[in-house]
Ligand binder design. Structure first.
Ligand code: GMT
Length: 376
């Protein structure tokens, strides 16, 4: 099948999932066209089955805001016609579902009927899409998609609670290539980051308030009072400066490394002993799944879709968002001795296998089949 994938090409989870999906679909013989404003960060390889079409918005002094969805919908129309694309798969409702709907309508004027699948990722529903500025357009474009998917049961429930949705929502969880995450780095270069006797704790996110990065520092502060440890924070975002300042106030700045955005997540996870994800909201928690697939146990909050990913007492522990005492206590339970840590590492890896690419990508193929049979 010829599929257009529309996504955010940045470090966010939705872009990562969309990119990995495109790569996996191409591997299964589909022709995949990424249509977005920049080559997706995880898309290293353009091949005869994987294409990338850049959407550019001409700069014009009259525009206070650049009309991205207009440029995107025009680009979609052109690419569908040029490559005879058979299906649009848009990731993240805002503004992609809206632009996709406009493209569908323009194409229909020319007698070309193309189905659209919209995948909801989380903040497009729980944070941004829910705002009265966007809500009518988000509701409309979700209802106009042939098939709607969400990345967790929890996100499906949130969507049905917050919006007037007339469509069935199919849950297709995020996925991970378990084989790729099988640590191939035997030594993992731990010594680059920490002394032999120190535990390495990692947090990866876009450092936005919803991630509660301050809690990451609070949890780590309690851990390092009990056992020798280092904290690695990967990502860039608005909470970074506040967290750097907090580390100085607590006198732990020499134990915390802020690495910025990294394209070496696999290497970092390879030498990580514990992953922290204390988010306020999290529709799935792809970062937690990536950690688990690399054999890293997870201490997380119990919000949103996290309980569908992190298994209490098996791949790690879950606590109420904000309960840093409980999270630190649970972290110490896992880290206290080598034998317990090894057990949790193995269990985390095992628990991640439910979400292996080979189990989930066929579910998207079924969704495409369903969408193709009911073009609106
Ligand atoms: O977490 C973010 O702020 C980024 C956001 C995105 O759009 O990339 O992540 C959302 O989608 C991911 C992929 O489906 C999920 O794993 C994240 O849980 C979800 N984030 C939130 O719900 C806060």
């Amino acid at each position: 099948m010829k599929i257009a994938i529309v996504c955010y090409p940045t470090f966010g989870g939705s872009g990562v999932v969309a990119t990995e999906l495109g790569i996996a679909l191409a591997g299964r013989g589909h022709e995949v066209h990424f249509i977005t404003y920049k080559q997706p960060v995880r898309l290293e390889l353009i091949s005869h089955n994987v294409h990338f079409h850049e959407v550019s918005v001409p700069d014009y002094p009259l525009f206070h805001y650049q009309p991205y969805e207009l440029a995107l919908s025009s680009k979609l129309v052109d690419m569908v016609k040029l490559y005879k694309i058979e299906l649009l798969h848009v990731h993240y409702a805002i503004p992609h579902a809206y632009a996709g709907y406009m493209a569908k309508k323009m194409l229909a004027e020319e007698g070309i009927y193309i189905p659209m699948v919209t995948t909801l990722h989380g903040t497009d529903i729980t944070l941004v899409g829910n705002h009265p500025f966007y809500k009518p357009a988000v509701t409309f474009s979700i209802n106009q998609s042939e098939v709607v998917t969400s990345v967790s049961e929890s996100l499906k429930e949130d969507t049905l609670r917050l919006f007037d949705i007339k469509k069935e929502i199919n849950v297709v969880p995020n996925f991970i290539d378990v084989v790729k995450h099988n640590n191939t780095y035997t030594e993992c270069q731990r010594d680059l980051m920490a002394e032999k006797h120190e535990r390495i704790i990692t947090h990866i996110s876009n450092l936005r308030p919803v991630k509660r990065v301050v809690d990451v520092i609070e949890i780590f502060d309690r851990i390092q009072k009990d056992i020798p440890a280092k904290l690695i924070i990967v990502g860039e975002g608005p909470e970074k400066e506040r967290c750097e300042a907090l580390c100085i106030t607590k006198g732990i700045e020499n134990k915390v490394l802020f690495l910025g955005n990294s394209s070496e997540i696999d290497k970092i996870l390879c030498f990580t002993d514990l992953f922290l994800l204390p988010s306020e909201k999290e529709s799935f928690g792809l970062a937690a799944l990536e950690a688990m697939a690399s054999g890293v146990p997870v201490i997380s909050s119990n919000t949103g879709g996290l309980p569908e990913v992190n298994v209490q007492g098996v791949s790690g522990y879950l606590s109420n968002a904000g309960d840093v005492e409980d999270m630190a206590k649970n972290a110490l339970l896992i880290l206290k001795d080598d034998e317990t840590l090894l057990r949790f590492k193995q269990q985390a890896k095992e628990a991640s296998k439910r979400f292996d690419t080979k189990n989930i990508v066929p579910l998207y193929e079924e969704v495409y089949e369903k969408a193709s049979n009911k073009v609106l």
